[in-house]
Design a protein around this ligand. Structure first.
Ligand code: SF4
Length: 148
């Protein structure tokens, strides 16, 4: 293993009381959107909420994360699985890449199976855009069940 990859996580404010258990477990196990770090050291250098719709913190916290050395910002899986999924994810990604020149990854822990089932019935992710957004955290049913 070489030098650590430094990353920050921004969560949906609807889950602001979340202790980050699923994200931290997935990070430790290199699951979901953290699979990309298998075989690498990782440092979590920032954790914040978007501060509620329309996501005011997106404008500021990436700089704070960068100040701590973050090279990558993850938008937490809660943004994908909330009811409704966050309608601003694509804009957040474009904004942070443009404004801060930082890599942005959509997702953290694997999508829990109970959210997966409901959203599949609702057709929430039927478009090509959503299929791309959920791809890193889709994993497989066995893994999703362990995150219920
Ligand atoms: S839906 Fe989007 S903008 Fe609204 S609180 Fe959640 S992440 Fe923030």
């Amino acid at each position: 293993m070489g030098k650590s990859v430094k990353l920050g996580i921004i969560i949906c404010d609807r889950y602001r009381t979340c202790s980050g258990g699923k994200c931290l477990r997935a990070l430790r196990n290199r699951e979901g959107a953290f699979e990309r770090y298998r075989g690498k050291n990782v440092d979590l250098v920032g954790f914040a909420t978007c501060n509620g719709c329309p996501g005011g913190n997106i404008e500021y916290v990436p700089q704070e994360m960068k100040n701590n050395g973050a090279e990558i910002v993850h938008l937490a899986t809660g943004m994908l699985v909330g009811y409704p999924p966050c309608p601003r994810i694509s804009y957040f990604c474009r904004f942070m890449r443009e404004k801060y020149g930082i890599e942005v990854v959509v997702g953290t822990h694997p999508i829990p199976q109970k959210y997966y089932s409901t959203h599949m019935h609702l057709g929430s992710w039927d478009s090509g855009v959503w299929k791309d957004l959920i791809a890193p955290t889709l994993t497989d049913e066995k893994t999703r069940l362990t995150y219920d």
